[in-house]
Design a protein around this ligand. Structure first.
Ligand code: ZN
Ligand code: ZN
Length: 412
């Protein structure tokens, strides 16, 4: 581990991830997926998990060099393969009550020099095979959490002017600040933060807007909300009854857009790091919920491949509001990592919706979900379209306009 990573900070991150993030219950198994680079954090998470009474902690590791070796030397037909048996096993563990922790640490530029068509094939095959493991997560059946570790390649991308070990230390400090771990009592920080998010959630649910209208540079978007949509944010109970904080950090309140009622143009306000490519200056135009035009100044091919994965990939499944004054936005750091960048800015997500953002959604069949406007896809990719220049109005069912955000901040 880099000498510049503060071990105290790393330990506190692990403890909060276990106690506040996943909120592991006594006797509950914990499945961790992580890159090898994050081993120091995974070891600490494991310690805290057993201290919290874990049944068994089961880590599964990936490795950047091993991923690259596949693309460099793998036979062509291998790019359509994915280990269904592995994801079925993981899905079975969740059905039997295991909790899930994912550690994000990967180099956002890892696949920059790999053929985007190969990356898209692997991504598609993996998305299909991963469904049994992802369904219990997107359906919020079990408590889960994502947390980050400053891997070398990632740190070098965020702080390119520093020697890599120093960059890792600096990224650790940025993760720590963004994750609201500063001060004497990080658990209390999270309680106060959750209360603030819940206040916004209540205001939005009380208004029960039919749609949101976004205006800003390169953006004029009328975004319909799903029938029976519910705004969510901060800690909430999974269907197994355990209150968890899925993302650390988190600054968003979010709900389900109507997959067939989105019209107009929207421009991204930050680059999107997607599977090793950085996609810049995205602009798309929607018609009846579907993206009918998409451009990007960089990574356009990768972006268009992503939109073509299935029908739902060119529609949206999540809309999220984040004030421009969030600590991540104020840090000025571009993380090239969705877990952080999405929490700096209002965003929408291409692809799969969260069933629990529609009333009774977890009980609905795919066809019923679709009728309410819930989108379905193999992908879920967030991209950022908020800034201090974006205004948002809520449109009530009677057609009245209520200011929701002005200049990127809550209007009331
Ligand atoms: Zn989000
Ligand atoms: Zn999302």
């Amino acid at each position: 581990m880099s000498d510049h990573i503060d071990p105290e900070k790393l330990n506190r991150l692990a403890e909060v991830a276990v106690r506040t993030g996943v909120n592991l219950q006594p006797g509950q198994d914990l499945i961790i997926t992580a890159p090898m680079a994050a081993l120091p954090l995974v070891r600490l998470i494991t310690e805290h998990a057993y201290k919290a009474g874990a049944g068994q902690v089961l880590p599964f590791f990936s490795d950047d060099a091993i991923t690259l070796a596949r693309f460099e030397y793998g036979a062509d037909e291998s790019f359509d393969k994915a280990p269904g048996w592995f994801f079925e096993g993981m899905g079975k563990a969740f059905k039997e009550g295991a909790a899930r922790m994912a550690v994000s640490a990967e180099d956002p530029m890892l696949l920059a020099d790999v053929d985007p068509a190969k990356v898209a094939r692997v991504s598609k095959a993996t998305s299909i095979a991963r469904k049994p493991a992802m369904d219990p997560i997107v359906g919020f059946e079990v408590n889960w959490n994502i947390v980050a570790y400053p891997g070398e390649g990632w740190a070098a991308q965020v702080f390119p002017d520093l020697p890599v070990e120093e960059a890792q230390g600096k990224l650790m400090d940025a993760i720590y600040a963004a994750s609201r771990l500063e001060g004497d009592d990080p658990v209390a920080n999270w309680e106060a933060h959750t209360a603030e998010l819940k206040k916004r959630v209540k205001w939005l649910n009380d208004h029960n807007f039919a749609s949101l209208h976004y205006t800003g540079p390169g953006t004029d978007l009328m975004l319909g909300l799903a029938e029976g949509h519910i705004w969510k944010g901060g800690a909430s109970p999974a269907l197994n009854g355990v209150v968890c904080q899925p993302n650390i950090p988190t600054e968003e309140v979010f709900t389900c857009p109507h997959a067939y009622k989105v019209d107009g143009t929207v421009s991204a306000t930050k680059p999107l790091a997607h599977q090793g490519t950085v996609i810049e200056d995205i602009t798309v135009r929607f018609e009846a919920g579907k993206i009918v035009e998409a451009t990007a100044s960089k990574g356009q091919d990768v972006f268009r491949e992503l939109l073509a994965v299935d029908d739902g990939a060119s529609r949206i499944g999540e809309v999220a509001l984040v004030p421009h004054s969030s600590p991540i936005s104020q840090s000025g750091v571009l993380f090239f990592n969705t877990l952080f960048d999405e929490n700096a800015s209002c965003h929408i997500a291409l692809g799969q919706c969260y069933a629990d953002t529609i009333e009774g959604g977890s009980e609905l069949s795919p066809e019923e979900l679709k009728q309410k406007g819930g989108n379905q896809s193999l992908i879920h990719v967030d991209w950022m379209m908020g800034s201090d220049a974006v205004d948002i109005d809520g449109i009530t069912r009677a057609g009245e306009r209520v200011p929701v955000m002005r200049g990127g901040e809550w209007a009331s």
